[in-house]
Design a protein around this ligand. Structure first.
Ligand SMILES: Cc1cc2nc3c(=O)[nH]c(=O)nc-3n(C[C@H](O)[C@H](O)[C@H](O)COP(=O)(O)OP(=O)(O)OC[C@H]3O[C@@H](n4cnc5c(N)ncnc54)[C@H](O)[C@@H]3O)c2cc1C
Length: 330
């Protein structure tokens, strides 16, 4: 049997996991990106929450299905997944929001203030109740992108061609996977942008073991702990393709929400701000579109790390085994 030559355009979470799934199945893979370093698109700014049951609050069941498979993928292939669950809390005046959230989700335990404090000592006395999603997990996206890229190059022989704008149509390979994220809107007219803004702050006065979501009527915020007392505070969801910097209003609202979670965030250093555009189809579900020898993988929306491994496994089986997957081929 001859080895299949596969070209992949885009080194975000979609492109890297696609390269991994294909290399594991014996394909000869070349991965292209316009940037010098891998993963500097939308994937760079994500929170990295593998929170599939929380996401069911607003997502379709397909996300739960893809999310479950992706969670197993990360646990199997990335050694730094943090399996400590996630916690959802609301200020006392917003307890109805917590009830609404609980009614739309599953796989959680309703916990009281004492249990909140036992899980997260720095939240002691601040919340009377919460929802604990014990089976969820999180990862640091930047570590995951770096880890995958190294593994692909060192162990799986994937060739990286960086710093060049590439048109998938111009590549000579048995199959081409277009994983350009929002940049693929030139050939995917129903792809839209959902702007997301985030901050990274640093404070040694607080430590959290797991992501915390604070339900808030205007801007629900989540805080994801990272190494070295860093916290990712995210994220806005704005129907816009504007990739310019974070707005003053969003910055104020994210900081206000962090401050409402714990006043020590008021003293934190702002290390970084970030903005990008989540690629989304009208139903916010990811898709694989066939276009001759090109497969276009896109629409991860807010489910990049939760959706990509499961979607790219399907793409790899389309290419290598001729399978079809009607649930995502739309
Ligand atoms: C603030 C924020 C928070 C988020 N939080 C989460 C979260 O907690 N969990 C989660 O699962 N998801 C989250 N997401 C969503 C997630 O980041 C996206 O769904 C995901 O990153 C999309 O990945 P992608 O690989 O399709 O696109 P991208 O990451 O944008 O990758 C596309 C790549 O293609 C390259 N490229 C584009 N055009 C060309 C070209 N012509 N030639 C060569 N290369 C090209 C780019 O340089 C880029 O590297 C968040 C998003 C944002 C903005």
């Amino acid at each position: 049997m001859t080895t299949k030559d596969i070209a992949i355009v885009g080194s975000g979470v979609m492109g890297l996991t696609a390269a991994h799934q294909l290399a594991l199945r014996g394909a000869r893979v070349t991965l292209y990106d316009r940037n010098r370093d891998v993963g500097r698109g939308c994937s760079w700014w994500a929170g990295g929450m593998l929170a599939l049951w929380c996401e069911m609050e607003s997502a379709e069941p397909l996300i739960g299905e893809l999310g479950l498979e992706s969670l197993s993928y990360w646990r199997e292939h990335f050694p730094h997944v943090i399996n400590k669950g996630s916690l959802v809390v609301a200020p006392p005046r917003d307890t109805p929001d917590l009830k609404r959230f609980a009614a739309r989700t599953s796989h959680f335990e309703v916990i009281d203030g004492k249990r909140v404090a036992a899980l997260e000592p720095d939240l002691a006395g601040r919340f009377e109740t919460g929802l604990f999603f014990e089976k969820e997990a999180h990862l640091d996206p930047r570590k995951a992108l770096g880890f995958l890229s190294e593994r692909l190059q060192k162990d799986l022989g994937v060739r990286f061609v960086m710093e060049g704008d590439v048109r998938p149509e111009a590549l000579d390979a048995d199959h081409v996977l277009d994983c350009r994220g929002f940049e693929a809107r030139d050939v995917l007219p129903d792809l839209r942008g959902v702007k997301g803004e985030m901050l990274i702050v640093r404070t040694s006065e607080i430590s959290f073991a797991r992501p915390i979501r604070l339900l808030h009527p205007r801007i629900p915020v989540y805080i994801v702990p990272r190494d070295d007392h860093h916290f990712m505070v995210g994220a806005t969801m704005i129907e816009s393709s504007d990739q310019s910097r974070i707005s003053a209003r969003s910055m104020v609202e994210l900081l206000n929400a962090a401050y409402a979670l714990h006043p020590s965030f008021g003293e934190a250093e702002i290390i970084e701000t970030g903005t990008d555009v989540r690629p989304a189809f009208p139903d916010n579900l990811p898709r694989i579109r066939r276009d001759g020898k090109i497969l276009r993988l896109n629409g991860l929306y807010r489910h990049g790390y939760l959706g990509a491994p499961a979607l790219t496994r399907r793409a790899a089986e389309i290419v290598m085994e001729g399978k079809t997957f009607p649930e995502v081929e739309r």
